[in-house]
Design a protein. Structure first.
Length: 505
């Protein structure tokens, strides 16, 4: 009897196991209620599905894919959002991907970076020799290595390297590939040479300032130095905070101009921005990681500004600019007054590597396109499902110049689409996209009448630069100057003063 009960219990348990297996969840993509994903090898055009919020009669289940239902009777969509706008076939030439291609373009909406040599604030390729190089071996990488002498003043590699590293750091943080890293490192020798020459010029001007102060008040030099040092410390803090505020709201081009005029404060302001620094004490800690310190930067600031203040009294520059001079400048520098086409747009994107295959990614963005078509705000759809950098902001981008986007497909679309019209589904190397242009301005030129004030400033700036170079050359003749780059014309690096083969000038 017990044996029969045991057998009966086992049969009942087996029955429930088979029933549970029959109802077990089967893996695989869930059916999309909004759109039919494309099927390889067939007529795979995407078609709009009915609005899911409207009541529809139940459809009988069928094993095959169901055709998209038509919108309900009486529903009148906006004509500019025609269904055929979302009807491109899935590109057959691009195989399905589960991982992004190597060295592919960054997601759409991210500005295409310029060559690394152009985005280093303060770097001027014309300020160094194309064949500039660093000494081979470990010698240069010692902080005590002398790279220049100006009179009785020494410039060590330990003074130069922290500045170079600080200038490269913002760019280095954005690098993603070995090729970009190698390109950036190829700039280092020329940037090092530029920094050395800037420091040499600063020393030349500062020594001239010292000579003039000593000639006027030789007996009070200690008092004067203490007074100047206190004044420079106060000015350093005030001007650094002011420069930091400007950097936070300036464009890359404006920051580049600031860094060319002042090689110290803009660099430190960028460092504070990158590291989210609020106090000078925190800035000192970050500077020490680079091998520098706040005290050293204050000293460089003092040398630079004291030398420049003395120089301004020596420069005699004509400030009057004639109408003909301005007109000739406008014609000779027409490209500087060109205005590129620009646009504001919205975008939603899905990445191939976020889905099992490209068909699933296509179905996902098609569903989002349907939601926008049937009235869901673009920003709400973008925040909910888009996978591009500005999704949290509703996929909206402010003024963007033509040919500045990483995705050429998206770039072409936003400068060719009708205003406020949804694009078809766009495909590039990494993602599917749908875009809508909200505003656009065509390319053109700034009128001469509007550019005259700027032209006058630029002409006077050119005159000051010419006068500055002439003054530096005059002062250089009064000072014994040597740099490690003195032998570059012969393809070699100069040795230190006093060493065999050393040169002085």
């Amino acid at each position: 009897m017990k044996l029969q009960q045991l057998l009966l219990t086992m049969l009942i348990a087996a029955h429930f196991v088979r029933s549970a297996q029959a109802w077990q969840f089967q893996p695989g993509p869930r059916p999309d209620p909004y759109a039919q994903p494309p099927v390889p090898g067939g007529n795979t055009g995407f078609r709009f599905a009915p609005d899911p919020n409207l009541q529809q009669p139940a459809q009988p289940a069928a094993p095959q894919a169901q055709p998209a239902m038509q919108p309900p009777v009486g529903f009148q969509p906006n004509p500019q959002f025609a269904p055929q706008q979302f009807n491109p076939p899935l590109p057959q030439a691009v195989p399905p991907q589960t991982a992004p291609p190597q060295a592919a373009a960054p997601p759409a909406g991210v500005k295409r970076p310029d060559a690394v040599s152009l985005v280093i604030p303060g770097y001027d390729p014309l300020a160094s020799s194309p064949n500039a190089k660093l000494p081979e071996g470990a010698a240069l990488y010692q902080p005590s290595q002398i790279v220049a002498t100006v009179g009785n003043q020494y410039i060590l590699y330990g003074d130069v390297e922290p500045t170079v590293n600080q200038m490269l750091a913002p760019v280095l943080a954005k690098i993603r590939t070995d090729a970009e890293r190698q390109e950036l490192e190829s700039v280092r020798p020329r940037l090092t040479q530029q920094v050395v020459r800037q420091m040499v010029e600063t020393k030349i001007l500062y020594l001239d300032f010292e000579r003039e102060i000593e000639a006027k008040a030789k007996d009070k030099m200690n008092e004067i130095r203490q007074e100047i040092a206190k004044k420079m410390r106060d000015n350093f803090e005030k001007q650094l905070l002011s420069t930091r505020e400007k950097v936070l709201t300036s464009t890359p081009e404006e920051i580049q101009d600031m860094a060319k005029r002042d090689p110290i404060l803009p660099r430190l302001a960028i460092l504070m921005k990158e590291h989210q620094i609020e106090t000078l004490a925190d800035l000192d800690q970050v500077l020490r990681r680079y091998g520098s310190s706040l005290e050293k930067q204050q000293r460089q600031f003092a040398d630079f500004n004291l030398g420049r203040s003395n120089l301004s009294e020596k420069l005699k520059v004509k400030t009057e600019v004639s109408h003909l001079e301005m007109l000739n400048y406008y014609r000779d520098h027409a490209d500087d007054f060109a205005v590129k086409a620009r646009a504001k747009f919205e975008i939603i994107s899905v990445r191939y590597d976020s889905f099992p295959n490209k068909q699933a990614a296509y179905a996902a963005i098609a569903q989002m396109g349907n939601e926008i078509y049937y009235g869901t705000p673009f920003a709400a759809v973008a925040r909910k499902g888009s996978q591009e950098p500005n999704a949290s902001k509703g996929g909206a981008y402010d003024w963007t110049t033509e040919k500045s986007l990483a995705s050429e497909v998206v770039d072409r679309a936003i400068f060719s689409l009708e205003m406020n019209a949804l694009s078809e589904i766009l495909a590039d190397e990494k993602s599917f996209h749908i875009v809508r242009v909200t505003d656009r301005q065509q390319a053109g030129f700034i009128p001469f009448t509007d550019a005259q004030v700027k032209i006058k400033e630029l002409i006077n700036q050119q005159r000051r630069e010419v006068a500055y170079k002439e003054c530096i050359e005059t002062l250089r003749k009064k000072t014994v100057v040597w740099t490690i780059y003195d032998g570059e014309a012969a393809g070699t690096l100069a040795t230190q003063p006093g060493a065999p083969g050393a040169t002085q000038r």
